[in-house]
Design a protein around this ligand. Structure first.
Ligand SMILES: NC(=O)c1ccc[n+]([C@@H]2O[C@H](COP(=O)([O-])OP(=O)(O)OC[C@H]3O[C@@H](n4cnc5c(N)ncnc54)[C@H](OP(=O)(O)O)[C@@H]3O)[C@@H](O)[C@H]2O)c1
Length: 272
């Protein structure tokens, strides 16, 4: 991991996930600072070995190579306007907030910093996240690399070259853990009705999800072909898959993702 200092503004769930990933990938705890209004999150970071902790956003942001904005979208404008007093040219500002446009962040923060937006997801807590990154055109190569290094600490990273594509990233990754949870909830409930105990149903379902995801991620075979390979002619899986198709699974998934995309766009308009 290359040496740069990173300041986290807001020490909530997402910031703490990224910090724990950075520490696990070998970052020096003294290179990371964080600010938060309440003590609880700062105490957790102290237990993880951090020493540069404060209730002042300005004192942690000043002079840091990278500033990660880990606050809720609704307070982003006021936090950026506060930071404008210390953020300077060449500093990299990474926002993990849903919706808030890079140009708005750039304007609120005083126009000096390099802005990168990131759309992460909750498996980041286990360093198994999937994040989409977007950089404003003026961001330097060095700062793009730093942004990627920070987010790679909590999982896989893909760049998009148009900001609007972050809505698609939200639909396929940011919000998507919830789709799989909903699907698994239904599977576990049905397995319980079929007689399995809760622990067995949950463990088998979760492991199957992990295994299927790994087969797609680690192989060179597409999802459709992987599905066909499980479906023996006239077998039980074929019957299950036919039931999904007959109930319109593809249309349901399409509608859900379109609704997610539209809400993400709408929030972007409300918050920027
Ligand atoms: N969690 C996710 O899975 C996820 C996924 C994608 C994107 N995100 C984005 O990540 C960002 C943070 O989400 P989160 O889930 O980590 O929320 P969170 O756990 O509520 O963290 C937000 C933190 O910001 C702190 N805060 C409030 N006002 C502040 C201020 N003026 N200055 C500095 N810190 C302040 C809060 O402190 P107090 O508790 O003391 O108020 C809290 O610790 C959001 O913008 C969200 O859109 C999260």
């Amino acid at each position: 991991m290359s040496a740069f200092t990173t300041a986290f503004i807001g020490a909530g769930n997402m910031s703490r996930s990224i910090i724990s990933g950075l520490l696990a990938s070998g970052a020096d705890p003294r290179s990371i600072s964080a600010s938060n209004p309440s003590d609880g999150p700062l105490d957790e970071l102290r237990q993880m070995g951090l020493v540069n902790l404060s209730q002042s956003n300005l004192s942690v942001a000043e002079g840091a190579d990278v500033v990660v904005l880990g606050v809720k979208p609704q307070i982003m404008q006021s936090v950026c306007e506060e930071l404008a007093a210390v953020v300077c040219k060449d500093q990299l500002v990474v926002s993990v907030a849903a919706g808030v446009a890079a140009d708005s962040l750039h304007r609120w923060i005083g126009g000096a910093a390099d802005i990168v937006r990131c759309m992460p997801n909750t498996p980041s807590q286990l360093a198994a996240g999937a994040s989409g990154l977007f950089a404003r055109a003026s961001v330097s190569d060095a700062n793009r690399q730093r942004a990627e290094e920070v987010m790679r600490a909590v999982g896989l990273v893909r760049w998009v070259d148009e900001e609007a594509l972050l809505h698609a990233v939200t639909a396929v990754a940011g919000s998507a853990p919830a789709y799989f949870f909903q699907f698994m909830e239904a599977m576990i409930a049905e397995a319980r009705r079929m007689g399995l105990d809760e622990e067995t149903a949950r463990t088998l379902c979760a492991q199957t999800c992990i295994g299927a995801g790994r087969m797609l991620a680690e192989g060179d075979v597409d999802a459709g072909e992987l599905r066909r390979r499980v479906c023996s002619p006239k077998g039980a899986t074929e019957r299950a898959v036919a039931a999904f198709s007959a109930a319109g699974l593809e249309a349901i998934v399409s509608k859900a993702m379109q609704d997610c995309y539209a809400r993400s766009e709408e929030m972007g308009r409300e918050l920027s």
